[in-house]
Design a protein around this ligand. Structure first.
Ligand code: CA
Length: 728
C-alpha cells in the first residue's frame, strides 16, 4: 500500500468539480498529497480522502473556516476510508468539519486518537466531528492510557459517531479543561453510539469525562444528549462530570455498569434519561455530590447496582473538602424520577469519619418507586434531615425505612407505547417520569453504515467435534466445542487458546490429560476457556496460564467437574496486563497441588490494577493444596466493582499451613465465603484497603484451622467485615 501511495503521489492533486464561490474540492490519495492540499485552506474548501486503507497516517487538519463556509475533511465514501496502524487526527482552527472516517486495526502513536487541538496553544473551536468510527483502536498494553476523543476549545460538537471496544486505560471521550482554563466550553456530544466497553480492571475506564477536579468549580456548559450507552462497563463512572452547568439529557444507558456521577462541579442537570439495567449486576443511575444538582424526569428500570452505584445515590461530603475529595451536597433537587424494579436508593452514602457532612437544603419530590419485590430499596447511611421528602409514591414494602414524604400503596404498572412503564392509575400522572419521554434508540445513534455489535456469544458456535482417546489435542486451538472420550491424552506443548473453546470429557476421572510442557493451556488475546469432565495432571508450572504479553480483550475461565491432582505448580496462573471477566470453578476437586489453585496476584503496586473481576468457587474440594486463591488489588481509589470473590459449599483439608493462609484476599471489594468446611488448614486472610469493602464470612466450619483474619489497612472505625455463624 505504501508503494501504491508513492506512485500515485505525483498525480495526486485531483481537482474535482469546483464547489460554489471558488472553494475547492480536492480528492487526495496519499499523505503527501493531503499535506500539499491542506497547506493553506480557505473557507469552503473540501478535502476528500480517497477510499482505501491509510496506514500510519497522522492527520493534522488546520484552517480557519466560517460559520457559513466551514472547511471539511471527509471520506470519498463514508466508511470506506480506514485509518489503521499508528494513526490519529488533530484539528486546529475554527469551523472545521470531519466526517466518514474509520479508525481500526491500530492505535494512536500519541495519547489521543482524535484531538481538538494541534498543541497546547492551538485548539479547535466551532468545529465538528461527525459520523466517525473508532473500533477497538487500542494501545497494545491495556495499562497504557490514552483517550479516543479529547475535546479542547469551545463550541465543538461530536455527533453521530460510533465508539466501540476500548480495552486499554483512559477515558473514551473527554472534555479537557486544562488547569487555568475555566471558561465555558459549550460543547455538544450527541447521537453517538458508545458500544461495549468491558471492565478495565482499574481506574480510567470512564466512557465520558467532562473536566477534572482542578477547574471543577467553573462551568463547562457542555451538553451530552441523545447518546446510546450500550454495555459501557469500564468502571464505576460511565459519565464523570467534573465541572459545572453541564446537561446530561435524553440518553439511553443500556445494561451499563456504573453510574452518571456528578463527581465535581455545581449546577449540573441530569434529565429525561432512560436507564435500563435488565437486572445486570452493578447497573446504576445517578450519583450526586456538590451543590445545586438537579436530577429529574429520568426513567430507571431494572438497575441492580447498590452502594455508590444505586439508582439514585446522594453522597455524604467531607467538611471543608479538598477539591479532589467530596464536597457536601447542598440544594440537590431530585424530582419526578421513576425508579422501577431497582435494588437501591442510597442516601447519605459513604458516611464515615471523613465523609461526615450530610446533604443539606435538598429536595426529593414526586418520585415514583415501584417494584414487584417487597424489599425496600432505600438505604440511609447517615443524617438525612437536610432532605425534604414530599409527594413521593412507593409500592408497598415489608419494612419501609423512610418515615416521611412517601405514600405507600399498591402500584400497577403498564408498559406504554414508548417502551417504558407507567402507573395505570391516572391519579399518579404527575409522579415519576413523564409520559412524553422518547428513549433514544441504538438505531438513532452512531452511523448507519457500520454494524453495531449484538449480544456477546457465551458459548462457542458450531457442532461438537469428537477427539478419540490417545489423539493429539492440536485441533482445540482452532476454537469451538470438543468432546474427549474416556481414556488418556498427552500434551507436551501448551495449547494456545485465542478464541472461545469448550472442552468436555467423560467425567468421573475417566478422561485423563497429562501435560509435560510449561502449561497445558495458554490463554492469548481473544481466548475464553471452559472445561468439564476432565482429570488433569502434569509437571509444568501451571495447568492454565495467561499470556506473557499484555492482552486487551478480557478472557474467562470456567472449570466444571474437573479433577486436578499431583501438580507442582498452580492450576490457574494469571499474568500482569491481562484481565479476566470471570473465573469460575464448580463441582471440582484439587488434590496435591503445590501452588495456588487461582493465582490472581500478578498485578502489584498501588495503581489499583488487578487480575480478575469476578472469582467464584462452588461445591469444590481442596485437599493438600498450597493455596486456594491469592487475589490482590492495590490502590485506594473507589473506581472499580471488582475484584469480587465468592466461595461456597466447598471443603478444604490439609491446605496452607498455620502461618500460610489457605486463602489470601487483599483489596477485594466484595467477598462472600459461606457454608464451607475447613479442616487442618491455614486461615483465611482478608485485607481491606480500597473503598468500602463488603466482606461476609458466614456459616463455615473451621476444624483444626485458625479463624479468619481480617486486617484494615486504613480504616479507623468499627469492624466492617461480617463474620457470623462460623464454628471452630
Ligand atoms: Ca474513575
Amino acid at each position: 500500500m505504501r508503494q501504491a501511495f508513492f506512485i500515485a503521489a505525483s498525480a495526486a492533486l485531483l481537482l474535482l468539480p469546483a464547489s460554489p464561490a471558488g472553494a475547492e474540492r480536492i480528492l487526495v490519495r496519499d499523505p503527501a498529497a493531503y499535506r500539499a492540499a491542506t497547506r493553506a485552506l480557505s473557507p469552503g474548501d473540501e478535502i476528500v480522502l480517497a477510499n482505501g486503507t491509510w496506514r500510519d497516517f497522522q492527520i493534522l487538519f488546520e484552517g480557519q473556516g466560517t460559520a457559513g463556509r466551514p472547511i471539511t475533511l471527509s471520506a470519498e465514501t463514508p466508511g470506506q476510508v480506514i485509518l489503521s496502524g499508528q494513526s490519529n487526527l488533530r484539528l486546529s482552527g475554527t469551523h472545521l468539519v470531519v466526517s466518514g472516517l474509520v479508525f481500526r486495526d491500530g492505535h494512536s502513536p500519541t495519547e489521543e486518537v482524535i484531538a481538538f487541538r494541534r498543541d497546547s496553544r492551538r485548539t479547535a473551536s466551532n468545529s465538528r466531528v461527525t459520523e466517525v468510527v473508532i473500533d477497538h483502536f487500542n494501545q497494545p498494553d491495556r495499562r497504557r492510557e490514552d483517550r479516543w476523543v479529547s475535546i479542547y476549545g469551545q463550541d465543538n460538537r461530536v455527533d453521530h459517531s460510533h465508539f466501540v471496544g476500548k480495552g486499554n486505560a483512559g477515558v473514551t471521550l473527554a472534555v479537557i479543561r486544562p488547569e487555568g482554563q475555566p471558561q465555558p466550553n459549550r460543547h455538544r456530544i450527541d447521537h453517538n453510539y458508545f458500544g461495549p466497553r468491558p471492565p478495565l480492571g482499574s481506574n480510567g475506564g470512564e466512557t465520558i469525562r467532562i473536566g477534572t477536579s482542578e477547574e471543577s468549580l467553573s462551568d463547562s456548559a457542555t451538553i451530552v444528549e441523545n447518546n446510546y450507552f450500550d454495555r459501557c462497563d469500564g468502571e464505576v463512572e460511565i459519565v464523570s462530570v467534573k465541572s459545572g452547568a453541564n446537561i446530561i439529557r435524553g440518553n439511553t444507558f443500556f445494561e451499563s455498569q456504573g453510574a452518571v456521577v456528578l463527581r465535581h462541579g455545581n449546577g449540573n442537570l441530569v434529565e429525561r434519561n432512560v436507564f435500563l439495567g435488565n437486572g445486570k449486576a452493578n447497573t446504576g443511575g445517578v450519583r450526586i455530590i456538590n451543590r445545586d444538582q438537579t436530577v429529574r424526569l429520568n426513567h430507571m428500570e431494572g438497575l441492580a447496582g447498590t452502594g455508590f452505584a444505586s439508582a439514585v445515590t446522594v453522597m455524604n461530603g467531607v467538611p471543608n473538602s479538598a477539591i479532589n475529595r467530596y464536597h457536601q451536597v447542598a440544594n440537590a433537587r431530585i424530582e419526578r424520577n421513576s425508579v422501577i424494579e431497582s435494588r437501591r436508593i442510597t442516601l447519605a452514602a459513604g458516611a464515615d469519619a471523613e465523609r461526615s457532612a450530610p446533604p443539606i437544603d435538598s429536595y426529593f419530590e414526586r418520585n415514583l418507586i415501584a417494584g414487584t419485590e417487597r424489599t425496600d430499596p432505600f438505604r440511609i447511611d447517615g443524617d438525612i434531615a437536610g432532605i425534604a421528602f414530599t409527594g413521593n409514591v412507593q409500592g408497598e414494602v415489608a419494612e419501609p425505612r423512610l418515615d416521611r414524604g412517601v405514600e405507600r400503596r399498591p402500584i400497577e404498572m403498564v408498559r406504554a407505547p414508548n417502551g417504558l412503564l407507567y402507573p395505570a392509575d391516572p391519579a399518579l400522572a404527575e409522579v415519576g417520569a413523564p409520559r412524553d419521554l422518547s428513549p433514544t434508540t441504538r438505531e438513532e445513534t452512531g452511523v448507519s453504515w457500520y454494524l453495531k455489535p449484538g449480544p456477546m456469544a457465551e458459548t462457542p458456535a458450531g457442532a461438537a467435534v469428537d477427539i478419540p482417546a490417545g489423539s493429539a489435542l492440536d485441533a482445540v486451538g482452532e476454537g469451538g466445542t470438543f468432546r474427549l472420550a474416556a481414556g488418556d491424552y498427552r500434551v507436551s506443548t501448551p495449547i494456545v487458546i485465542d478464541r472461545p473453546v469448550h472442552l468436555s470429557g467423560a467425567g468421573d476421572r475417566q478422561t485423563r490429560i497429562a501435560f509435560s510442557g510449561d502449561s497445558l493451556f495458554r490463554i492469548e488475546e481473544g481466548g475464553r476457556l471452559s472445561l468439564s469432565g476432565l482429570a488433569i495432571t502434569g509437571t509444568g508450572a501451571a495447568a492454565i496460564r495467561t499470556s506473557a504479553q499484555p492482552m486487551i480483550a478480557n478472557y474467562a475461565i470456567e472449570l466444571s467437574d474437573i479433577a486436578v491432582s499431583n501438580l507442582p505448580g498452580d492450576v490457574i496462573a494469571t499474568t500482569a496486563a491481562t484481565f479476566a471477566d470471570d473465573i469460575r470453578i464448580r463441582a471440582s476437586r484439587f488434590e496435591n497441588v503445590r501452588g495456588t489453585v487461582i493465582a490472581a496476584h500478578s498485578e502489584t503496586g498501588g495503581a489499583g490494577l488487578y487480575n480478575a473481576e469476578e472469582i467464584e468457587i462452588d461445591r469444590s474440594d481442596f485437599r493438600r493444596v498450597g493455596r486456594i486463591a491469592d487475589v490482590f488489588r492495590g490502590g485506594r481509589d473507589e473506581s472499580t466493582f471488582g475484584p469480587r470473590f465468592t466461595m461456597a459449599n466447598s471443603t478444604v483439608e490439609g491446605s496452607g499451613a498455620p502461618d500460610a493462609p489457605a486463602l489470601l484476599l487483599s483489596g477485594v471489594q466484595r467477598t462472600e465465603i459461606d457454608d464451607n468446611r475447613f479442616r487442618g488448614s491455614g486461615p483465611i486472610s482478608v485485607t481491606h484497603s480500597v473503598g468500602s469493602p463488603d466482606t461476609r464470612i458466614a456459616n463455615n466450619v473451621f476444624e483444626d484451622t485458625p479463624l479468619p483474619q481480617v486486617t484494615e489497612l486504613y480504616w479507623q472505625g468499627p469492624a466492617r467485615a461480617v463474620l457470623t455463624g462460623n464454628s471452630q
